[in-house]
Design a protein around this ligand. Sequence first.
Ligand code: ATP
Ligand code: ZN
Length: 294
Amino acid sequence: MSPVLRIAVQKKGRLANGSMKLLEQAGLSISPNPGALTCRAQGLPIELLFVRDDDIPSLVAKGVCDLGIAGENVLREEALEGPGEEALLTVRPLGFSRCTLKLAAPRDGNIKSIEDLQGCKIATSYPQILESFLKEHNIEADCVTLKGAVEIAPALGLSDAICDLVSSGATLAANGLTDFATVMKSQALLIRSNTVWDEAREALLARLLRRIDGVIASRATKYIMLNAPKEAIDDITALLPGADAPTIMPLVGRDDQMAVHAVCRETIFWDTLEQLEARGAHAILVLPIEKMMG
Ligand code: ATP
Ligand code: ZN
């Protein structure tokens, strides 16, 4: 029987969509029955376990699941909390669910910098990360641990400042708060248990990782096609971001023009397109790449 890798993913929340999308792009077809806590994927011998994000590190550390997709913030908090850190390995940063753990305080108050936190009360869901940050900055402050709705703590008189996850900053603004320092940046990570796996299981992980790497690489990568005057080809190919070997082809019936096709491994900004156009490039097409390998 082929091995089954079990992956813990968040059931519902800010990691869930990105996790499912990544696995689907890696070729897994996932259609869980409504309310089901597990689902056997089609495409590779993989089973998913749908859980709360906070449970993912320990499920993987205990070997209940082989792999998990969790936020860097949750992993750091767990690791600081106590032993067991060595039970997990980060396999890949996944580039989604990006957010920043920030310090913030009431907009019209006196706290404007880290130094102003001396002797204050700070509400957070990440007490371990906050305490280690404060220690690093020689600040003595009280951490008030709240599981959620941290932003309203100052208005309720529970704290003077907060330490919370921020992506756009809209929630902070809506609660009359302004951020003044970054504690850590976070993104989703693929983690595995730090135990010895049998060869078949390792081979299955390697296969999944090749696909995941292809999905991640293709996110920023674009295929660009354009036509350009022969004499401008060197200038134009030099402008293509992250393109290693463009294909240059003649155009039927146009001796003065060539077609340029290239895979660009970096973001192509509008500025670049304008510069290409200024050098005589025309019929410029930028196409997304769905999958990459090799
Ligand atoms: P659960 O019910 O699974 O415990 P939760 O309410 O604790 O969910 P979510 O709000 O879904 O958690 O956030 C899960 C993870 O997503 C966070 O730990 C963090 O890594 C990331 N995250 C949090 N806030 C944001 C955000 N605003 N934008 C993007 N990612 C975020
Ligand atoms: Zn949670």
